[in-house]
Design a protein around this ligand. Structure first.
Ligand code: PMP
Length: 345
């Protein structure tokens, strides 16, 4: 790892170093075209190759059935909140929303501008779990059921695809996409989308290019099944530290709804101790761990031996990345543990 900092940003998030280096090269001269990938016409055969390659790779990674279209769209996740409702809500005029955190709340609020939104789960502002599906208030007349597979801020993740009893299903996978296999055939496919969405236009192609490089990287590194294993291993490492910290760290989310992608936790008790949390974040910042606050935590490997280390720094080289571990010792007990995983996802 050549970088001295590690980016924990929830999105835009870390890219694999290999990909960054490849993109850096192609940014000046793409393949044998003599021009930058950013200068390629979005109508050129060279760009078609990039776009088709990205589509093919995604189909392969997720085993997407042939009767599903893949569309690369602009507008980010937030743009899609309106696009989903505008395209799909008019079928019956009502839609079911499983609100499990900040992002699905925003999606439901956006959809309410265009039709009726039925809240499938009891209204709350504390997002700590996914209630058992036997308690869900699903409307058989809904145009679709919407859920967010991983709530990036709240750390609440679905570990199964909801059974909607035949009602079309729409899923926001912004922050756990390609971190686990998904049975795409359970998700909505809607021909009417095609009529509403135009082909990519010019600002778009460099992003698709970078995305295609990340898809290739995932394939080279074992595909979605390996990404899932990594996510389980990394998140379990952090959750077990939290659980065995005697209450020093606490994660509010119920165990069966915990995210493998982002682990929210407080330091110094259930409601947190702001002074300790500030100290933790300052220490992390000094170690080059950036953007930890607000979102948390990507994670390391192999920490069961932790208690044997008294050194301030410990570098552990592992496949696909480097973990840097920093233990601050205070009065002979472990105070903070900083763990980074420099690989992607
Ligand atoms: N959904 C989820 C789960 C997200 O994490 C985010 C942002 N990270 C969004 C939607 C919104 O995406 P954007 O910032 O691209 O609008």
């Amino acid at each position: 790892m050549s970088q001295q900092v590690i980016n924990f940003g929830g999105g835009p998030a870390k890219l694999p170093e290999e990909v960054l280096l490849e993109v850096q090269q192609q940014l000046v001269h793409y393949a044998d075209t003599g021009i930058s990938v950013m200068e390629l016409s979005h109508r050129s055969a060279d760009y078609d190759k990039i776009n088709n390659g990205a589509q093919r790779m995604l189909r392969e990674l997720l085993n997407i059935p042939d009767n599903y279209k893949v569309l690369f769209l602009q507008g980010g996740g937030t743009g899609l909140f309106a696009a989903v409702a505008l395209n799909l809500l008019s079928r019956t005029g009502t839609a079911d929303y499983l609100v499990t955190g900040t992002w699905s709340s925003k999606a439901a609020a956006e959809a309410a501008k265009y039709g009726k939104v039925n809240l499938v789960l009891p209204k709350t502002n504390k997002f700590l779990e996914i209630p058992n599906s036997s308690t869900w208030n699903l409307d058989p007349n809904a145009s679709y059921v919407y859920y967010c597979a991983n709530e990036t801020i709240n750390g609440v993740e679905f570990h199964d695809i909801p059974d909607t009893k035949g009602v079309p299903l729409v899923c926001d996978m912004s922050s756990n996409f390609l971190s686990r296999p998904v049975d795409v055939s359970k998700l909505e496919k809607k021909k009417s989308y095609e009529g509403h969405i135009r082909k990519p236009c010019s600002q778009h192609q460099a992003r698709i290019y970078v995305t295609s490089r990340v898809f290739e990287w995932i394939k080279r590194n074992g595909g979605v099944l390996q990404m899932e294993k990594n996510a389980i291993e990394k998140s379990n490492t952090i959750y077990s530290i939290i659980e065995s910290s005697g209450g020093f760290y606490s994660c509010p989310v119920k165990k069966d709804s915990r995210s493998r992608m982002n682990v929210p936790f407080r330091i110094g008790g259930e409601n947190g101790n702001e002074a300790l949390e500030k100290e933790f974040l300052n220490g992390a910042q000094k170690l080059g761990m950036l953007q930890l606050k607000g979102h948390s935590f990507v994670i390391g490997h192999l920490l069961d031996q932790l208690s044997h280390f008294t050194a301030k720094y410990f570098f552990y080289f592992c496949e696909g990345g480097v973990c840097i571990l920093h233990c601050v010792m205070q009065k002979s007990c472990l105070k903070y543990i900083y763990i980074c995983y420099a690989g992607f996802i």
